[in-house]
Design a protein around this ligand. Structure first.
Ligand SMILES: [Zn+2]
Length: 490
């Protein structure tokens, strides 16, 4: 008779599972057995999930395992959103999923456990629940345009790291990417203002719908960003009349200019509203990102229409005018039942027009302003997403490169052990929704270079977003990374 033992995994020993991000708990008992990749999966889930479980062929492809469904039953206990409990016993697995994402995450864990060892203990139990409700990956498709295939691959990577949102930065001075039917020149002209080969082109409505649908199967919601009023040189090349002076602006290869959308002209506000409506038609998630970063006000200071708007509404100046414009557009989203996200620049000063209740602030400029945006947003009782450039801007290279000097570099250890986002999360304030890691593509960070930036630091960021408890020592975490990295690169 086999002697059954109970043990907690020693993560450094061979044959034990590596899972990233680290689950809340893993326990195991029994003898070591060869891994079977042919699995019968029974699922306990709420009724709405049970009715829409994807076909076995899809989950087999997703996990790299040969899975057939066993018994499906209704989950009776209540669980935290996105949580799951997974029992593995030889060639049988039983998954209790709180919701669709809990189901997907349980499968990702199953896949990692069975794909990284030749033998595992007879019985394994994993219980898991996320630290943050907002766990996002951001891709800049404005400065460089990526293929749809690469975007889908990044969505798979994000899902496998148990991230639930893909923030898609779609517009930049160097390119307007989303097709808008009411303003066809935005893509006919604005998608071709950059000079580099990967700065050409746009995403059709069909492309974007395909991305939305694909992401949804992987438990990921797309958060589209239309960056305004700044970073809009491409849009103003297409429609100069939406700027303050009707002139066609130069498109800088790097950085941004004072050529921004005019907030004083009604036709500009109406155009932006129409664009937002079309974006809402394609992207069905709750959140629409309206940018708001880095919008120099030199033109607004001189523009008669902008100055008239300031007078008309008794605004405190051009920063307040940006708040007024942001509030108009956020209110428009509120009427459609959506939420608006703005970069932290919106709250550098807490003077002026309040943003409506459906507005969320995304903190980014730790290098320039410390945690000012977080403090001011919380003072206004607003919800916050954390993306401090130290150390959530994964485009910052590990070694100096082009415009990135030594002061704008960081390594895995910094991301994992000294992340300002982690310290803010540790306060436990419910208004802090979670984290987004951002991959900007300035200095021509082309598609084939993206993985160099992502790996291995993306693992550390996913760990901060997902894992609640004490963290593994860096050396152990590195060993998990070494075992798992190939699973995330396809
Ligand atoms: Zn103006």
């Amino acid at each position: 008779m086999a002697v059954s033992i109970f043990l907690s995994f020693n993560h450094t020993s061979a044959g034990t599972p590596a899972v990233i991000p680290q689950p809340e708990s893993i326990s195991s008992s029994g003898n070591m057995l060869p891994v079977s990749k042919k699995i019968t999966l029974s699922v306990e889930s709420p009724r709405n999930v049970a009715k829409s479980l994807p076909p076995a062929s899809f989950i087999s492809e997703m996990t790299g395992l040969d899975i057939r469904y066993g018994k499906k039953s209704r989950l009776k206990s209540s669980c935290e959103p996105e949580s799951y409990t997974l029992y593995i016993n030889g060639n049988k697995a039983h998954l209790q999923a709180a919701d669709y994402n809990g189901f997907i995450y349980g499968l990702h864990t199953l896949s990692q456990i069975l794909s990284t060892s030749d033998s595992i203990t007879e019985r394994i139990t994993v219980t898991d629940t996320p630290r943050c409700t907002w766990r996002a990956f951001m891709l800049d498709s404005g400065r460089q345009k990526q293929s749809i295939e690469k975007i889908l691959a990044l969505i798979r990577m994000a899902s496998r790291l148990k991230m639930n949102r893909f923030h898609w930065h779609l517009t930049e001075g160097l390119g307007w990417r989303p097709e808008i039917k009411a303003f066809p020149m935005l893509t006919a002209k604005g998608a071709f203002v950059g000079k580099e080969p990967e700065q050409q082109g746009y995403y059709s409505r069909e492309d974007m719908r395909k991305v939305v649908e694909y992401a949804s199967q992987w438990g990921v919601e797309i958060v589209p960003e239309i960056d305004l009023p700044g970073h809009s040189e491409a849009a103003l090349n297409a429609y100069p009349e939406l700027g303050c002076f009707g002139t066609v602006p130069d498109v800088p290869a790097q950085g941004f200019t004072e050529n921004i959308f005019c907030a004083g002209k009604d036709r500009t506000v109406e155009a932006l509203t129409t664009i937002i409506d079309e974006i809402c038609d394609i992207f069905h998630g709750q959140y629409i990102h309206l940018g708001g970063d880095e919008a120099p006000k030199a033109n607004w200071e001189k523009c008669p229409d902008c100055q008239a708007r300031i007078q008309q509404h008794g605004l405190k100046g051009t920063h307040d005018l940006q708040l007024w414009l942001s509030a108009q557009l956020a209110s428009h989203l509120e009427a459609k039942g959506r939420k608006a996200i703005f970069w932290g620049d919106a709250v550098y000063s807490n003077d002026g027009t309040p943003l409506p209740k459906n507005s969320v602030i995304q903190w980014w400029n730790y290098r320039g302003h410390g945690d000012l945006a977080v403090r001011n947003a919380l003072e206004r009782d607003m919800q916050v997403i954390l993306s401090p450039n130290y150390y959530c801007y994964i485009n910052f290279p590990e070694e100096p490169w082009k415009g990135y000097g030594p002061e704008r570099t960081f390594n895995l250890e910094k991301a994992y052990t000294a992340n300002p986002a982690d310290s803010v999360l540790a306060r436990g304030d419910k208004r802090i929704l979670g984290m987004t890691c951002a991959l900007w593509t300035d200095y021509n960070l082309t598609e084939q270079m993206l993985d160099l930036r992502l790996f291995p630091r993306i693992f550390a960021l996913s760990e901060l977003m997902w894992h609640k408890g004490p963290r593994k020592p860096l050396a152990e975490f590195q060993s998990d990374i070494d075992r798992l990295t190939p699973m995330f690169k396809n």
